[in-house]
Design a protein around this ligand. Sequence first.
Ligand code: COA
Length: 327
Amino acid sequence: MTRAQIIGTGSYAPEKVMTNADMAKLVDTTDEWIVDRTGIKERRVAAEGEVTSDMAVKAAVRALEMANTRADELDMIIVGTISPDMPMPACAAFVAHKLGAKKAFAFDVSAACAGSLFGMSIASQYIQTGAVKRALVIGVELLTRIIDWEDRNTCVLFGDAAGAMVLGPSADPNRGILSTHLHTEGALTDILCIKGGGSKYPMNAEALKQKLHKVSMNGREVFKFAVRSLTDAVNEALVHNQITADEVTHLIAHQANLRIIDAVIGRLKIAREKAWLNIEKYGNTSSASLPTTLDEANRAGRLKPNDTIAMMAIGAGMSWGSALVRW
Ligand code: COA
């Protein structure tokens, strides 16, 4: 079987830094509370006029450069995002146009913070069948425009960023994406959502007044569910590939909360130094988080051929999953 391999990675974070001290000027919070509960020290905020597809393109250009691939060679573009330029058309269409990816079909995946993992899984299947030779998978979020800046339960958590991966067929059957396992629990749609703007609560003056267009979350429920389901998903990947936790070289995790990552690796008995962490600098960047973290580890020279990389992500839906990659 032809496996898909990640042949290029790229990321982008806007220049503007917003520290916890800056947050404390907006809502009743402290640096100590945010660091203790989440591990976040600062996050990035997109510039005025900058839109989601602009950020996606910046990360994509870097990934394409590393993959030695021209945009017009791409067959497929998948963008994981819940904060696209517009509700319609897909953010991926704007990205394809800005990149000049004339040949590629392009669409968005809505799996919130698990969006890039879901996108990677889809692209991997297309490459395995031979239907696609070059795929670009992007996770991008401009969350600072859709969070409620008066809600301290959510606004301190999120930030803006983009991460990208170029996938192609692996020349070595033992290397590449070994497995992906995806899950959804639709009974939990209400613990993390943006209620307004769809068919249930169309956008009108009343919906705006109630801030239904902003992210709302039951943090405690999300936390508990995340720890349980991410642990199970990584275990599922290990069992499927007959690999022990000791054999995992790196853990690339969605950076939602340092305590979630710590709880999961504690249960899995994966050594902390194997987990690449950047939540301190960026906060939770949703679907951008996984590819951004992967790119940082890659560009730091940490990922060596044949290393075994476990990936995990979870987001609204609840949607979550894992991947195992032999680099
Ligand atoms: N600053 C100070 N106090 C805050 C605060 C903030 N930014 N946000 C909430 N609080 C307060 C709450 O109002 C509550 O006060 P109360 O006890 O008087 O009601 C208290 O802190 C404890 O709130 P609680 O929700 O129990 O805190 P927590 O330990 O669960 O931490 C989160 C809150 C949001 C950090 C945590 O639940 C979390 O990270 N959940 C997962 C969120 C996530 O990852 N979402 C994205 C998934 S992709």
